[in-house]
Write a protein that binds this ligand. Structure first.
Ligand code: NAP
Ligand code: MG
Length: 516
């Protein structure tokens, strides 16, 4: 019997001993910086001689790790190992597989400070954002472990006269797991562990900006007793090996989280049948967002402003759920602008290892360039309220930036920026606000702030997003409570952290035995 699932609590960094433990972990991992890491195939480290470096976005030139890169040959090697290992892994009881996840959760819990330290260093997460990411990874392990057991006990078939009927959920086979860098522990852990606990074997290709965090997960799973070959780690450039991996005839499913462009490319490629392929590949693709918070005239404006600023600038706006548009009724527009700009001007930006910082760097030079380009576009499309430039330091620091008076249809109203840039749009009434909120190709998260019961109900009925929030921020989905995944170009609505999720990695076998 397992205890009931509960979300992992966050540590309290205001306590001196907790703060000290985090500082010590940061200094401990810094002694390992620039170590070399291989791929991990069939339980062994594999070095290819072709390497790439992982850098600290808070200190551009600081090398954190050197990783060996997978090529086609290593994809093949990993695939053969996975195919062989899956034959055995699929035969054991769901409870046994769940135990591996629960053990991994326990190891991760003990190693929190260290994993946080890697995220602070490699992903530019502030302390609290890193803590939330690690806690969410623990949640995924605990939740999917329990879910696997529940799925194995589902009675999916009704009785039928003179037959013993049964519906058995069985794994798909070997899949590719391709996570993004922005929740480098949580999303990578959730995507991988869901596929593993249902009896599949995995080829995990981490995002190239955060391979060292992926490595932490691989080591933890190994320590938790995951058999060799079930999880294979193949760092390398998505552009170089992605197509080969996705189109391989022996890959049964692809679980992807990342940009719309790459997600659509994968969906298209996976739909083509390669020679020798005997199935239709299953694709789970969770992609971008253009999320908005609607502010009605009757709500608590100060609270709404706090929620907007937190949702827009937490982790530098690099969350798929980040608030990138505030859509505000004209009666309270000027007042809200004042509140959000005052709150935003008070935010600190700097190296993420400094616990005093509210915001760290954006992930890399390309992201910095793209975001600064959008800021220039914003200067033409709207009125710059605060920010609008790089911030000081030797990392990729950008000031939290707000543009007022953005018009519906403008690029800042339509395109995902994935950085600390908020567009504010003025509207005449609540219906117009919802219409503008819905008028993008995305549909991931959204929030409304109102006291009006009819408007709340209207938003519930018509605000077309996978994750809708009423009178709260639009980020921070909790495993179990807020199954996560978007509509339209935001993805396949997989609802990670929800009770439907494991079904994506299973197929159902209907069995009827005649009784005579
Ligand atoms: P990305 O550029 O699409 O990369 C995601 C992953 O795909 C990386 O591991 C990347 O590898 C790999 N990749 C790149 N090209 C590939 C190809 N041709 N074939 C196979 N794999 C390939 O996205 P990102 O910049 O990491 O993440 C940011 C995006 O993720 C944003 O759009 C955000 O909204 C979205 N996101 C969505 C959710 C959600 O739940 N809906 C959650 C988090 C993030 P390399 O790193 O080697 O290029
Ligand atoms: Mg990096």
């Amino acid at each position: 019997m397992l205890s009931e699932f509960r979300n992992e609590p966050y540590v309290d960094f205001s306590k001196p001993e907790i703060r000290k433990a985090q500082e010590e972990a940061l200094s401990r991992i810094s002694r390992e910086f620039s170590n070399e890491y291989g791929l991990f195939i069939n339980g062994r480290e594999v070095k290819t001689g072709r390497t790439f470096k992982s850098y600290n976005p808070s200190h551009k030139d600081q090398v954190l790790a050197v990783f060996h890169k997978a090529g086609k040959e290593e994809v093949d090697l990993a695939l053969q190992a996975a195919l062989a290992a899956q034959e055995k892994w699929k035969t054991i009881d769901a409870k046994e597989r769940a135990i591996v996840l629960l053990k991994a959760a326990q190891i991760l819990r003990k190693r929190k400070a260290e994993v946080n330290a890697w995220m602070i260093s490699e992903a530019g997460k502030t302390w609290i954002e890193a803590e939330a990411d690690t806690a969410e990874a623990i949640d995924f392990l605990e939740f999917y472990g329990r879910e696997a057991v529940r799925w194995s006990e589902i009675k999916g078939a009704l009785p039928f006269a003179n037959e013993a009927t049964e519906l058995r959920y069985i794994p798909l086979g070997v899949g590719a797991v391709i996570p993004p860098w922005n929740f480098p522990m949580a999303i990578l852990t959730g995507m991988s562990s869901a596929a593993l606990v249902t009896g599949n074997a995995v080829l995990l290709k981490p995002a190239s900006d955060t391979p060292a965090i992926g490595w932490q997960f691989v080591k933890i799973m190994q320590e938790a007793g995951l058999p060799d070959g079930v999880l294979n780690f193949i760092p390398g450039s998505g552009a170089e090996i992605g197509d080969y991996l996705v189109s391989h005839p022996q890959i049964r499913f692809i679980s992807f989280t990342g940009s719309k462009e790459v997600g659509l490319h994968i969906a298209e490629l996976a739909a083509r049948c390669s020679p020798g392929q005997i199935w239709i590949k299953r694709v789970v693709a969770e992609m971008g967002g253009k999320d908005s918070i609607v502010v009605d005239s009757d709500c608590d404006l100060n609270e709404a402003a706090t929620a907007i600023v937190f949702s827009a600038f937490g982790y530098q706006g690099q969350k798929c759920s980040a608030c990138s548009r505030a859509i505000v009724l004209e009666q309270v527009y000027d007042q809200l602008l004042e509140l959000i700009s005052a709150k935003t001007k008070a935010l600190s930006v700097g190296p993420s290892e400094d616990p005093a910082m509210y915001m760290g760097p954006v992930i890399n030079a390309a992201a910095e360039k793209k975001i600064l380009e959008y800021i220039e576009i914003g200067k033409k499309e709207g009125r710059l309220l605060t920010g609008g430039a790089k911030a000081a330091g030797d990392g990729y620091f950008i000031q939290p930036t707000i543009f007022a008076d953005i018009q519906p249809g403008a690029r800042l109203d339509q395109e995902e920026i994935f950085g600390p840039v908020l567009a504010v749009i003025k509207v005449k009434d609540f219906d117009q606000a919802l219409a503008i909120a819905n008028a993008t190709e995305y549909g991931l998260t959204g929030a409304v702030w109102t006291r009006d019961r009819y408007k709340i109900e209207k938003a519930k009925d018509t605000f077309h997003v996978g994750n809708l929030y009423i009178n709260r921020k639009c980020t921070g989905a909790m495993v179990g409570a807020h199954p996560f995944g978007g509509f339209n170009m935001s993805g396949t609505d997989s609802k990670a952290g929800g009770m439907d999720y494991l079904g994506l990695f299973l197929q159902a076998k209907s069995i009827a035995e005649r009784l005579f």
